[in-house]
Design a protein around this ligand. Structure first.
Ligand SMILES: Nc1ncnc2c1ncn2[C@@H]1O[C@H](COP(=O)(O)OP(=O)(O)OP(=O)(O)O)[C@@H](O)[C@H]1O
Length: 353
């Protein structure tokens, strides 16, 4: 899917916007507070029905009213036209695709979209939650059984945790373990398969960005790898009863990223972190495009930040060669994007070519 026209009303500082877009690479250039990130946020909301900057929908409304709207006219890979729209009416979201109301999950599937923004350093630096959700975005789009499996797992986990919290008997707690173990093992297997399918491509991308290091991506399942999850749950049961929560399972999985066999956390530079995340993101996007025929939309906020010109040029080359549509922001024109991007100037909540 490629968005050919973006419209918005009362979205942050954009009172009204109607913007024809390039179906390849779009560059939004402007000073601080011009509204560049808000444009990426519009695209993100349009395709994911939420924001990447906190998720308080009411904060996105500009001064005119409590409501905001984003609307997109797009073309699918067969060249057929579609429309989508997300509207916040002050209390709830109304999501439409081709004029019909849909749930957010349907919207998400339709037009996979992922962002690289400064806050995503957390994926490398902070706890495992960020790495899990980064990877799960790809698993969701590639493995169609992921969502029902994840829902099954969440339900069983919630039930077991509820029993643990209310100090119910071991037998009652154990009753949820077969379901938890079966869905949990299935979830882990889907993650492992997705990681294996992108491992080579991630390494190739990293090498083309950074020249150095042998990178590995190992998924610790969230329980001792040499036992079945059902066994691990039984082993942990007494301790879980003390803690009041389930301590083993794929909700505790940890993606270990290593360069030359050493953890990258607190060791690689900010620029390396950015390129590592770009490599992981683009490899996932390529895999989604290959398996679903839908090349995701890639958003990169503050393209030049933390990258010396020759590394900017490498990322620009990767975007120029990427099969899907992309949108990047920068303070000023980016020489390495000159020949490949359609540039828009953003100023005080207005955009011009
Ligand atoms: N709900 C809102 N209503 C009106 N204006 C808003 C709203 N939310 C944010 N703004 C304004 O939008 C501007 C920030 O926009 P945005 O973050 O898109 O800028 P930017 O061009 O990405 O800036 P930078 O390059 O400094 O990150 C600020 O001036 C802010 O006051």
């Amino acid at each position: 899917m490629r968005i050919v026209q973006l419209k918005a009303e009362n979205f942050r500082r954009f009172e009204r916007l109607s913007l024809p877009l390039s179906s390849r690479l779009n560059l939004f250039v402007g000073e601080n507070a011009a509204g560049k990130t808000s444009l990426l946020e519009m695209l993100y909301c349009l395709n994911r029905a939420r924001s990447f900057r906190g998720n308080v929908m009411s904060e996105l409304a500009g001064p005119a009213s409590r409501q905001w709207t984003v609307f997109g006219a797009s073309e699918d890979h067969d060249g057929l036209p579609h429309t989508s729209g997300v509207q916040w009416n002050g209390d709830a979201l109304d999501i439409r695709v081709d004029r019909s109301a849909v749930r957010s999950m349907e919207l998400l599937r339709l037009c996979p979209t992922q962002i690289l923004e400064p806050g995503m350093h957390r994926v490398v630096l902070e706890g495992p939650t960020y790495r899990r959700s980064f990877i799960d975005w790809g698993v969701f789009h590639v493995e169609h059984s992921f969502l029902p499996t994840w829902r099954r797992y969440r339900r069983a986990l919630k039930q077991r945790n509820q029993l643990l919290r209310t100090r119910r008997s071991s037998n009652e707690v154990a009753a949820w373990e077969p379901e938890l173990a079966e869905s949990g093992e299935a979830l882990h297997a889907l993650r492992v398969r997705h990681l294996a399918s992108i491992a080579t491509a991630v390494n190739e991308r990293i090498r083309s960005f950074l020249d150095e290091g042998e990178w590995t991506f190992d998924l610790n399942p969230g329980w001792k790898a040499d036992v079945a999850l059902r066994e691990a749950l039984a082993q942990h049961r007494a301790r879980d009863q003390e803690l009041g929560t389930t301590s083993a399972g794929p909700h505790r999985a940890e993606l270990k990223i290593r360069a030359d066999a050493r953890s990258v956390r607190n060791r690689i530079s900010r620029g390396q972190q950015k390129l590592l995340l770009a490599a992981m993101l683009l490899a996932q996007c390529d895999e989604i495009a290959r398996s679903s025929g839908r090349a995701p939309i890639v958003l990169i906020d503050d393209f030049t930040a933390e990258l010396a010109p020759r590394f900017q040029a490498r990322l620009a080359d990767a975007l120029a060669g990427y099969a899907g549509q992309s949108f990047v922001t920068a303070f000023e024109p980016v020489p390495s994007l000159d020949a490949v991007a359609t540039m828009f100037h953003v100023e005080h909540g207005k955009v011009r070519r």
